[in-house]
Write a protein that binds this ligand. Structure first.
Ligand SMILES: Cc1cc2nc3c(=O)[nH]c(=O)nc-3n(C[C@H](O)[C@H](O)[C@H](O)COP(=O)(O)OP(=O)(O)OC[C@H]3O[C@@H](n4cnc5c(N)ncnc54)[C@H](O)[C@@H]3O)c2cc1C
Length: 401
């Protein structure tokens, strides 16, 4: 592709994994990340199917296993905290809603960040503001750093991708909002979760989720609510916390305690839930990866696997094709079926996850109980296995350790 300097926007999950594999293939990689340091935070994400294979090929599976959070499964609780339904982790052979390798997103991001060092160059606290491409490369303008030229620019900058906005069009045209907002944050609270990820549904489409963290007393909280579009300032965390607190006022279970603790949470992350669907993921020398290109939503549990597999396939094609046009075509062709499958929402979609009425909440508990019984269990196990898997090409890239 001529100039083998690659710029990756976004140092979350997809960005550092791509950097790792591109370095292995001899590319020079720069990552620009808006945050001042690798972002911690988030609940557990699943490592399963092909995503887990990529981590294995990076030689990092043991490191990931070492920081696994051992959850017994997911339980639905009522206002008083009584279990109404449970999905034990081993219900689907470790490949289900709670998978065998559950790892905190922040831990995983840290592992990939470290694996991408020392060769990948990081520009923290900065963002791309302009892209101007011609036949030979892309001239990039940054908010803070001096302009530079690259052979390829990769947008791995999440749901609100700046690269996507510059090269593909406005977010309003490309992200399909699902009418759900979600927030994740960490609190230190003496909550006896008994090793279960506990989920409480309240009328009005409210969902509170509390999962055990890795440290004693650490609780990974998630609060989601159904809503039409809300105008808010993405940099004003206090205002976002206020939106969440007002929505959850009066909700039962442990919600008042979680909302109180949220005020001090330093890793608070608030986002509308939306799916990204594009007909193509590249324009010339600009390509999208992970949530920026094909966010499936957290409801599917497959966002991290898609990011991992996408990074591996993109790097493998760039390393072996010798021509960026052919590489980007192959990336699209190989990823498209996997992405389509992974973007299928679980039964009931947003309404199934965040039912509005008391009756619908009771039905949700009943259907969760049915999920562990034959034949529904076998059908779901097959569905999980299919969605999480892709026959990964073997690019024979040297792992770096
Ligand atoms: C703090 C945080 C917590 C999360 N928690 C969960 C969770 O609990 N459960 C879940 O299912 N998913 C969670 N996610 C989303 C999950 O990480 C992704 O769906 C998935 O792993 C795909 O990874 P990605 O690298 O494509 O996107 P992300 O992991 O979202 O990474 C995108 C990166 O791009 C950076 N970025 C954004 N805009 C710019 C810009 N303009 N310039 C430069 N950099 C930019 C972000 O700071 C971030 O580091 C979380 C994401 C974040 C950022």
């Amino acid at each position: 592709m001529g100039n083998t300097d690659v710029l990756i926007s976004g140092g979350g999950i997809a960005g550092p994994v791509l950097a790792y594999w591109l370095r292995a293939a001899g590319f020079a990689v720069t990552i620009v990340e808006r945050a001042p340091a690798p972002r911690p935070g988030g609940q557990t994400v699943d490592l399963r199917g092909a995503g887990r294979t990529v981590v294995d090929r990076m030689g990092l599976l043991d490191r990931a296993r070492a920081v696994t959070v051992h959850e017994r499964g997911m339980a639905m609780v009522d206002r008083a905290g009584r279990f109404k339904a449970r999905l034990p982790a081993d219900s689907f052979g470790g490949e289900g809603i709670v998978s065998e390798i559950e790892i905190l997103r922040g831990d995983l991001a840290r592992i990939f960040y470290e694996a991408s060092l020392p060769d990948a160059e990081y520009l923290f606290d900065d963002t791309v503001t302009g892209l101007d491409q011609d036949d030979d490369g892309v001239s990039v303008a940054f908010e803070k750093s001096a302009p530079r030229r690259f052979g390829l620019v990769v947008g791995a900058d999440g749901l609100h991708s700046a690269v996507r906005a510059l090269a593909f069009g406005p977010e309003s045209d490309l992200v399909r909002p699902l009418g759900l907002y979600t927030t994740w944050f960490t609190v230190m609270e003496d909550m006896d979760l008994g090793g279960w990820a506990q989920m409480y549904n309240a009328p009005g489409g409210l969902v509170a989720l509390a999962r055990p963290g890795r440290l004693p007393g650490e609780v990974k909280a998630g609060l989601s609510f159904r809503s039409g579009p809300i105008a808010y300032d993405r940099r004003d965390i206090a205002a976002q916390k206020d939106i969440v607190a007002r929505r959850f006022a009066g909700a039962g279970w442990e919600v008042p305690r979680l909302v109180r603790a949220m005020a001090d949470a330093s890793d608070f992350f608030f986002e509308p839930v939306g799916q990204v669907r594009l007909d193509h993921w590249s324009r010339g020398r600009v390509v999208l990866l992970g949530d920026a290109g094909y966010c499936p939503t957290p409801l599917t549990g497959l966002g991290t696997s898609l990011a991992l597999v996408g990074a591996y396939v993109l790097a493998g094609e760039l390393a072996t094709c010798g021509d960026h046009r052919a590489a980007l075509r192959n990336y699209d062709r190989l990823m498209r079926p996997y992405v389509s499958e992974a973007q299928t929402l679980p039964p009931g979609g947003v309404g199934g996850f965040a039912p509005s009425s008391a009756l619908a909440i009771r039905m949700r508990a009943a259907s969760m109980r049915a999920m562990t019984r034959w034949p529904v269990r076998n059908m779901l196990a097959a569905q999980f296995a299919k969605a999480g898997n892709i026959a990964l090409p073997d690019y024979d890239l040297p792992a770096l350790r």
